[in-house]
Structures are given as structure tokens and as C-alpha cells.
Design a binder for this molecule. Structure first.
Ligand code: NAG
Ligand code: NAG
Length: 444
């Protein structure tokens, strides 16, 4: 998911003075209709093609209205207390600890010796928390929910060095060499995430760079090395050398950890307007490089699943316009499984369109003989997620991971871009706890 575009909303909020109805389109390339929203809604830019009117109070109301009751809150408080007492135990192994490396098994996975379908979720922010008890709280909630895999940002690139207390992993400061921060505000924060995941029996997908500018991304490299356009990042020797240096630094830290489910090349790599061979070559080179460093762990791409002939309805996401060919990339021998994302409203589609997208990827991956996961998915209204989950269950989809996990930490509620589902909320019970159980119950 792209996060920064969602943060730019507050400025849009100030100018909203009319007209598009709730959830209607309000902007995007070649959009000629209303660009402001009815009262109570604001125009959220989802991407260059699409902006949508969403409730102005999303952040506040989703988190408060979906919180079930004070009894829920007391549950949270109780678990928070108990998790504080487990802080020390994160270092030691518990009965839930994972003792073997995750692997593929045909078109499903074996995790900790068990071959099963699973549900997971995403938390881009967990490696940036500075309080160990908060990390443990999240991990204990994931474990008690029955969620198996958590995807986290393994990058945090900055272009100026933040003051102490702000977490960053790699800096690109003009006039200085790039710095990989292994200090207490650096990769030691990710170390704690891995340590806590190990203790709680949670598997991690860790990625290395962002397509988007949130937390630096490819743009941070491009500014530093003077690369333009940014799509040249994939082929620029200096950028790729530093990217591999960063990968080597992260992989070296967790190479032997059984909590790492897979390494992931990037969050949502795209190369709009490029021949698909650009990204395919980059995937081949990078995944082979990671395998040369670490043969224990699986490697995946982190792409959105664009460029698919199987099941195509001809709509933009099925085309190679964003620079990717899903089947060609999944067939690369050093890629263990496929990923795709699902945000119909960001892509100008209706939510029900998602069922075909899920089926198409399951069919395409089965033909290649590798597992596929729906790695991120979200609907601002949460109204069609249950039907997507039913499609996941009825197709050969090895796992699904909703975007994004929400919780109540020592610093307050975690961030909500409109998609968050909070631990303890009524939506959490139906869309997360119940679906996680259904995935684990599905016969392999
Ligand atoms: C991906 O590449 C394969 C092999 O060249 C081709 O058959 C398929 O049509 C391509 N997919 C798209 C969406 O162009
Ligand atoms: C580095 C790079 O190519 N970033 C891309 C991320 O995706 C958007 C949308 O397609 C592109 O505009 C960026 O160029």
C-alpha cells in the first residue's frame, strides 16, 4: 500500500466544500467531474488515476466506532499488562516457537513442520516502534488470533539524519556515503521484531525497498545518485549496488532465524511505461543474489499481481502497463511463491471485481506449480472483504494477509489510513478471527 498519499488527505480536507457524493470519484488523470466532496467526506487521492470521496472522520470513527465496548478495551488493557510481563520472555523460546524454516509444499506452505492454509496481516510500522512491550503486545495478539504471517517494512530510508529517538535504517545524505544504521534507533528495532516473532510463533515477510516515497523508497536512492526518471532505479548500477549492500546487511542479521518466512524484493514494484523485461531482469538478479547469501529462506517479489493473461477482463490491472508480467516473474526459479494485492477502489474497479482477480491469480499460480498469496487487500467500507475471503477459501490461494493490522499501544491507537481493522473490534471478530480459523481448518 502507498501510505504517503493517504497522509496528504488532511490538506484536501480543508478545501472540501461540495459536491461529489459519498465514495464517488473526485479526481485522477483525465477526470473532469467534481473534485470536492459532500459535507463529511473528503477527496482522497488513491493514485494518479483515481481519487475518491471517503468519510472525513474515517480515522476517528473507524477506530472508535468499531471498537466493540469498554469490555473490549479492558481486554486490551489486560493483555497489555500480561504482555509487559512477557517482555523478558521474548528473548527465550516459548512453546509456540518456530523450530524449522518455512518452505513451499506444492502450492501451499509448510510452517514449523505443519502444512496448512493460513491468514496473516501487514504492519508497516512495527519495526519503527521504540517500545519492546508494544512489539510483544502486537505479536501476542496476532498469535492468540491465529494469524500466522506478518509482513513488515524492512526498509526505512531517509535523506537527512533524524534526531535521536526517531527510527531509520539507511540514510542517503548528499555529500556523505550512504549509512546503514545498526544502532538502537536503527536495525536493532527490527532485531526486536524478529526476536519477538520467534518467541510468539509468528513468521515474517521482510522487504527491502519501497516503490513509493513513504520511508524513502526508490526515490531516496534516485535523489542521492541523480537518477531520473525513477524507473531507471531498476537498471542503475550505483543504486543497485547500494540496494544489494542493504539487503546483505539485513539478511546477515536474520539468516538463521526460523521466524523469517520470506525475503521480499520490494513493496509494490512498478516500472510504468517500461518493457516488462526491466523488472523481470531485476527480479532475476536480486533474487539470485539473495539466494547466494541465504539458501535457508524463501524469496518473493512483493508486487501487486499486475500483468496477467489468465482470467483477464481486459481492465488495466491485468495489463502489463505497470511494467510487470505476473506469470513470467513467478516462473523465475529463485522466486518461491507469488504475491498480489487487491484494492479495487484504488484501481477504479468495484469491490466485487476482486473475486475474479483472486481466482485468476490462483489459476495462474497453480499452472506454474507455486503457491500464491493475496498479500495485501482492503476495502474502505469493509463490505466486500468477506466475499473475497470466501473466494480465497474456494480457490487454490495459500494464504491471505489483510491490510492493515490495528492495535492500541502505549502511544495510543496505531495509524489508520481508512483500511485498518483493530484488534478487539467487531470487524476484527468476523473478518480476522473467524477467517483465520477458517483458513487453518481448510483441508490441505
Ligand atoms: C506474459 O508473458 C507471457 C510469455 O511471453 C505471455 O504469453 C503473456 O501473454 C504475457 N502476459 C501479458 C499480460 O502480457
Ligand atoms: C521507482 C518507480 O518506478 N516508482 C514508481 C512507483 O509506481 C508509480 C506508479 O506507477 C510510478 O509513478 C513510479 O515511478
Amino acid at each position: 500500500m502507498k501510505i504517503s498519499s493517504l497522509l496528504s488527505v488532511s490538506s484536501a480536507l480543508a478545501v472540501a466544500n461540495a459536491q461529489q457524493s459519498a465514495y464517488g470519484q473526485c479526481g485522477g488523470t483525465s477526470w473532469t467531474g467534481a473534485t470536492t466532496c459532500v459535507s463529511g467526506y473528503y477527496c482522497l487521492t488513491q493514485n494518479e488515476y483515481y481519487a475518491q470521496c471517503i468519510p472525513a472522520s474515517t480515522t476517528v470513527s473507524l477506530s472508535s466506532s468499531t471498537k466493540a465496548s469498554s469490555s473490549t478495551l479492558s481486554t486490551v488493557t489486560t493483555s497489555k499488562v500480561s504482555s509487559v510481563s512477557t517482555t523478558n520472555s521474548a528473548a527465550t523460546s516459548s512453546s509456540s516457537a518456530i523450530t524449522s524454516f518455512a518452505k513451499t509444499n506444492g502450492d501451499v506452505f509448510t510452517i514449523n513442520g505443519k502444512t496448512e492454509y493460513w491468514m496473516g496481516t501487514n504492519s508497516y510500522w512495527i519495526g519503527f516502534l521504540t517500545n519492546n512491550a508494544d512489539v510483544d503486545l502486537v505479536m501476542s495478539h496476532l498469535a492468540s488470533t491465529g494469524l500466522k504471517v506478518l509482513r513488515v517494512w524492512g526498509f526505512n530510508d531517509v535523506t537527512s539524519t533524524p534526531s535521536s529517538g526517531t527510527v531509520w535504517f539507511q540514510s542517503f545524505v548528499t555529500g556523505s556515503s550512504p549509512v546503514i544504521n545498526t544502532g538502537t534507533d536503527g536495525l536493532q528495532r527490527l532485531d526486536y521484531v524478529v526476536q519477538s516473532a520467534e518467541a510468539h510463533g509468528i513468521s515474517l515477510i521482510i522487504n527491502f525497498v519501497n516503490n513509493w516515497t513513504d520511508y524513502g523508497g526508490m526515490a531516496a536512492y534516485c535523489t542521492y545518485y541523480g537518477i531520473s526518471p525513477v524507473t531507471d532505479w531498476y537498471t542503475n548500477a550505483a543504486a543497485q549496488a547500494q540496494y544489494q549492500t542493504y539487503i546483505a546487511a539485513v539478511v546477515a542479521r536474520y539468516k538463521t532465524s526460523t521466524a523469517v518466512f520470506a525475503w521480499e524484493l520490494a513493496n509494490e514494484p512498478r516500472c510504468s511505461g517500461c518493457d516488462t523485461s526491466v523488472i523481470t531482469t531485476w527480479i532475476k538478479t536480486t533474487s539470485a543474489y539473495i539466494k547466494s547469501l541465504d539458501s535457508n529462506h524463501m524469496v518473493t517479489i512483493g508486487d501487486e499481481g499486475f500483468g496477467l493473461t489468465t482470467g483477464s477482463d481486459g481492465s488495466y490491472p491485468y495489463t502489463t502497463g505497470p511494467g510487470l508480467n505476473f506469470t513470467t516473474n513467478l516462473a523465475i526459479s529463485t522466486i518461491d511463491f507469488g504475491t498480489y494485492h487487491l484494492y479495487p477502489s484504488s484501481w477504479g474497479e468495484v469491490d466485487s471485481w476482486g473475486n475474479g482477480w483472486i481466482t485468476a491469480h490462483a489459476t495462474a499460480a497453480a499452472a506454474i506449480g507455486k503457491p500464491v498469496i493475496m498479500e495485501e487487500y482492503g476495502s474502505l467500507t469493509h463490505s466486500d472483504e468477506a466475499s473475497w475471503q470466501a473466494t480465497v477459501l474456494s480457490t487454490q490461494t495459500a494464504g491471505d494477509m489483510y491490510w492493515q493490522y490495528g492495535d492500541d499501544l502505549s502511544t495510543g491507537e496505531t495509524s489508520d489510513d481508512g483500511y485498518a481493522i483493530y484488534y478487539g473490534s467487531t470487524e476484527y471478530a468476523t473478518l480476522v478471527t473467524a477467517h483465520a480459523a477458517a483458513m487453518l481448518a481448510k483441508a490441505v
